[in-house]
Ligand binder design. Structure first.
Ligand SMILES: Cc1ncc(COP(=O)(O)O)c(C=O)c1O
Length: 411
């Protein structure tokens, strides 16, 4: 008689388990209504009104959460990366080093600026951008380095900032996954020249769409400010335009929602970290489904993904995809992040790049660690799973342990 649900046995979860997101209440409604009724739905035209707006308030509050006074709200995480790249002087003729294991934007944001991404591979243990691979990707055309804190687990900022400094290259931290994460007691996004964040619907702080750029100094912010506000300088009049740029401003309705969502965030972050510790300890006991390594330098862990590493050898050689299918049948949806290493997308594979960009001949670029992680090893849950109650999480562990105990049924 089959035990696994995929073979007709009883399911662990009668209904597929689902963690509702976003969490919202009357405070969010009131915050939105306040701006709505004020009739002032943008963040304002003068520097004073911009600072006094909900967006201005959010820049200060989110900046404080990560440990900087210099922040700039924008309308999503994609334009945040683009704006930071432009502020670092990226343009036609340059190369930008980018992570292969990330959401496409970490790499593709350089393309509209006329620059070519050069991929760096991931560390096999943490799945984060690897400092040696970044250094090997540097050429005389390199203008900036983009890294990601994949899933919210910080990349090795000690080693990566050392590489950036050694080669005198600006560093952009794509922190779209890492709201709240800290490295050695300071928020991620403050180690590089710029740190960019997304507040799109699925992120752990959200206003549906939204973004912010943390900037190393006031001067860095001024540079980004020009590109986010139609090429205006803060010091010039409303109709004085200095350079070609677009309008990346966030609305104050979203600013208000971000402020009220941010009030809930510390408590949600504490719940996520507590459940992360529980789930990680339980998965370690099962074996072959290891969480990312504990690291004392990670002093606070924000999440987009809960990541664990599947080891087929400890599951009788059964491939991760079969394991995921078996769990889906049990009512537990295990994802595999974005499914492919960015260099493998047709966007890059089919791109014709002038021959002198030798590291950007994408048809032949291989990122062995990232490709293997995506194809065979990486397993993810949404951060929302870490907001479930303990009985639900215990059943998550039970489902995984059940598949392992009955792995013979999958062979
Ligand atoms: C790593 C990373 N960078 C950038 C972005 C782009 O953010 P947005 O969707 O807000 O444009 C995302 C969005 O998921 C992301 O995951």
């Amino acid at each position: 008689m089959a035990v696994l649900a995929i073979n007709g046995g009883p399911k662990v979860f009668e209904q597929p388990i689902h963690a509702p997101w976003p969490e919202f209440d009357q405070r969010d409604e009131e915050a939105l209504l306040k701006v709505f009724r004020s009739g002032n739905w943008w963040r304002g035209g003068t520097i004073e009104s911009q600072a006094a707006s909900e967006c201005g308030k959010f820049e200060r509050a989110f900046g404080a959460l990560h440990g900087t006074e210099h922040a700039l709200a924008v309308f999503n995480g994609t334009v945040a990366v683009e704006c930071a790249l432009r502020a670092c002087g990226v343009g036609p003729g340059y190369e930008v080093i980018v992570p292969a294991l990330s959401f496409v934007v970490s790499a593709s944001a350089a393309l509209p600026l006329g620059a070519y991404p050069v991929f760096a591979d991931a560390d096999p243990d943490t799945f984060q951008p690897d400092a040696d691979s970044i250094e090997a990707a540097i050429t005389p055309r390199t203008k900036a380095i983009v890294i990601v804190h994949f899933g919210g687990y910080p990349a090795d900022l000690d080693r990566i900032t050392a590489v950036a400094q050694k080669h005198n290259l600006p560093l952009i931290e794509d922190c779209a996954h890492a709201q709240g994460s800290q490295w050695r007691g300071r928020g991620v996004g403050t180690y590089g020249d710029y740190g960019t964040f997304s507040f799109q619907q699925s992120k752990s702080i959200t206003s549906g769409e939204g973004g912010i750029i943390l900037c190393k100094t006031a001067e860095h912010r001024s540079r980004a400010y020009r590109y986010h506000n139609l090429g205006r300088l803060e010091s010039l009049g409303f109709y004085d335009f200095e350079l070609l740029s677009s309008n990346l401003r966030l609305t104050d309705l979203q600013g208000a929602l971000l402020n009220s969502q941010l009030e809930k965030f510390p408590q949600q972050m504490a719940r996520r970290m507590e459940n992360y510790a529980f789930l990680s300890a339980e998965l370690r006991k099962i074996g072959g489904v290891d969480p990312l390594p504990a690291d004392d330098r990670i002093t606070r862990h924000g999440f987009y993904y809960y990541i664990f590493k599947y080891d087929a050898a400890q599951f009788g050689g059964v491939h991760r995809e079969k394991f995921r299918e078996a769990l889906a049948a049990e009512g537990l949806n295990v994802t595999r992040a974005y499914g492919r290493s960015i260099n493998e997308y047709p966007l890059f594979r089919n791109m014709k790049v002038p021959a002198e960009y030798t590291k950007s001949q994408y048809a032949s670029v291989r990122m062995p660690v990232s490709e293997d992680a995506c194809a065979n090893r990486i397993c993810t849950f949404s951060h929302t799973m870490l907001l479930l109650d303990r009985p639900a999480l215990t059943k998550v562990v039970e489902a995984i342990a059940k598949v392992k105990a009955n792995i013979g049924e999958l062979k």
